[in-house]
Design a protein around this ligand. Structure first.
Ligand SMILES: O=C(O)CCC(=O)C(=O)O
Length: 252
């Protein structure tokens, strides 16, 4: 089977609205594996004093998933998602981070932001996408349980969200079933939403950028050797091995 080609409507959706929901990417079996595993890793990191918590301790990231279990390598070049990243970022795009985000009951709305390193750029921001993020939903996301809040088409404003902005009149909250992937332009104003339920909301995050942008994490120098050994040429490219600055013996 050939590589999936985005439809005209999907391209328009991404160009004009800056996001898309790709349905049924993860199976029930995968969800039933990843979700408890992420909660377990989060718990272990907390107990070891390495928990990366945010939102008053009610949100938690687990970083470097590719070094924390072979099962996460499947996300790196997932055939259902790669064509969308390629459309957004070019066929040589690279991984910036592979992480999870858990939003626990009682968490408040996160603060609007753009994804690394767009927040450091001067305005007007570039017109073309340079980063794209994906949330792989391990729960049904709703406006009540921490579903991501975001401002459709805000990438076209070419601006960063004003510091402290609490909400935007055009804001929406993600309502999508578990197993789907929410892919968005990193320049969309967004944050995790408040969780007003009594259950955690969990997502895997695969965040990618154009090959000429510095990634958030250095996979080239810090992948476990066995992860590198197992990687296909496409995965090694995504980890960034084909887009490194030249060494002294590479004159051209
Ligand atoms: O977990 C979420 O809903 C949002 C995650 C997020 O803001 C990010 O990855 O930049």
């Amino acid at each position: 089977m050939g590589k999936y080609q985005l439809t005209v409507e999907e391209k328009q959706q991404l160009d004009q609205q800056g996001y898309i929901v790709i349905p049924d990417v993860l199976s029930e079996e995968e969800i039933n594996h990843y979700r408890p595993r992420i909660l377990e890793l989060a718990e272990i990191e907390q107990q070891n004093g390495l928990g990366l918590v945010h939102t008053d301790g009610k949100g938690q990231l687990v970083r470097w998933l590719v070094n924390k279990g072979q099962e996460f390598e499947r996300l790196v070049a997932h055939p259902r998602v790669v064509p969308y990243f390629e459309y957004m970022l070019g066929s040589d795009y690279i991984l910036s981070t592979l992480t999870s985000n858990t939003i626990r009951p009682g968490a408040k709305d996160g603060g609007y932001h753009l994804d690394y390193s767009l927040g450091q750029m001067p305005e007007p921001l570039p017109r073309f996408p340079i980063f794209a993020n994906t949330l792989w939903l391990l729960d049904d996301f709703t406006p009540q349980n921490g579903g991501t809040r975001f401002v459709p088409a805000s990438h076209l404003r070419l601006k960063k969200p004003p510091v402290g902005l609490e909400s935007d009149p055009e804001e929406v909250r993600l309502n999508a079933p578990k197993g789907s992937v929410f892919l968005f332009n990193g320049a969309i104003w967004h944050s995790a939403g408040a969780n007003r339920t009594n259950c955690e909301r969990v997502a895997l995050i695969c965040f990618c950028g154009r090959s000429f942008m510095k990634p958030q994490f250095d996979f080239v120098h810090h992948l476990k050797p066995e992860v590198y050994e197992r990687a296909s040429p496409e995965m090694r490219r995504i980890y960034g091995f084909d887009s490194q600055p030249r060494k002294p013996d590479e004159l051209y």
